[in-house]
Design a protein around this ligand. Structure first.
Ligand code: 7GX
Length: 295
């Protein structure tokens, strides 16, 4: 018999809405069961409706879908397919459902996560980013809110809405319209000149490490810590943020953070992107620290 061909086209009539997974960072994402047999034995999937609007067209969505359908990595949320609405006026993206949600909610609930497990998560994110880099993709929105938890020992990188391909003749990507930017995860060159590269993703990875070792506690949220430093009422946070970064202010070490882990973060936050480590070097350093933590 034919090997079970990966389902990539989902029929709307068999996609049964279960609940909303959040209007947050991914747009509106719903938990659905794809149940063609109609007996509730179908699989759970995460579905994002892609509504063409003034900012993004069906073409943009098809580009995101094409990007996602190429990825084959254990540390990147798996693409399952698309569902065209009747009349093909809109389409939905169907991704694997990760039952524990984002890292933010997970660490808030499971405080027992120890250093070794944090480093395991960091190593998996690093390997996912290394994979993206081999495909010349820059994520541009690496943050704990975009890391999903598959199990207590597996996390995956998600949300590729902002993913951009680096042109083959360049080492960075330039945005024309920096929209609602998560500047507190941004490298200085991204804040200043909207330049994004694998090295700006490394900066953001350092911020994700910080979020991890703060258990994503809202009191230590990168935005809150930065705003405390630059003052809450400034009119242009990005200008002030760039200034304090230039003056070598960085996010403080998380409480009880192992010194070697904080030094990893500081490497990622080198002002000059050339001095930041690459993801493969970061991965090796994390493995070394994990060995030492085991002893
Ligand atoms: C389809 C949108 C998308 C687009 C893209 O490009 C990459 C990933 C995703 C995505 C976004 C969210 C999820 C989720 C989840 O949110 N799961 C959960 C589980 C439990 C709780 C409490 N909250 C939440 N699972 N798989 C997901 C895939």
């Amino acid at each position: 018999a034919l090997a079970q061909q990966e389902q990539t086209l989902f029929e709307e009539r068999h996609l049964c809405f279960i609940s909303s997974l959040g209007k947050g960072n991914f747009g509106t994402v719903e938990l659905c069961r794809y149940d063609p047999l109609g007996d509730n034995t179908g699989e759970l999937v995460a579905v994002k409706k892609l509504q063409p609007n003034k900012k993004s067209t069906m073409e943009d969505f098809k580009k995101e879908v094409n990007i996602l359908s190429i990825f084959e990595c254990d540390y990147i949320v798996k693409y399952k397919g698309v569902c065209y609405s009747t009349g093909r006026l809109s389409m939905s993206l169907v991704m694997e459902y990760l039952p524990y949600g984002s890292l933010i909610g997970y660490l808030d609930n499971y405080r027992h996560v120890n250093t070794r497990r944090m480093l395991l998560f960091a190593s998996q994110i690093c390997q996912g980013m290394e994979y993206l880099q081999t495909l010349r993709y820059v994520h541009r929105d690496l943050a704990a809110r975009n890391i999903l938890v598959a199990s207590k020992s597996l996390v995956k990188i998600a949300d590729f809405g902002l993913t951009k391909i680096i042109p083959f003749d360049k080492e960075y990507y330039r945005v024309m319209q920096p929209g609602e930017s998560p500047i507190f995860w941004y490298a200085p060159e991204s804040i200043n000149e909207s330049i994004f590269s694998h090295k700006s993703d490394v900066w953001s990875f350092g911020v994700v490490l910080h979020e991890l070792f703060c258990y994503c506690d809202t009191n230590y949220n990168p935005k809150r810590l930065c705003m405390q430093e630059i003052g809450h009422y400034v009119q242009s946070p990005s200008m002030h943020l760039e200034t304090i970064l230039k003056n070598n202010w960085r996010l403080p070490a998380p409480p009880d953070c192992p010194p070697k882990v904080y030094s990893l973060m500081q490497q990622c936050w080198a002002y000059d992107f050339e001095e930041r480590p690459c993801f493969s070097s970061l991965g090796k350093q994390i493995e070394t620290i994990m060995q030492e933590e085991r002893e």
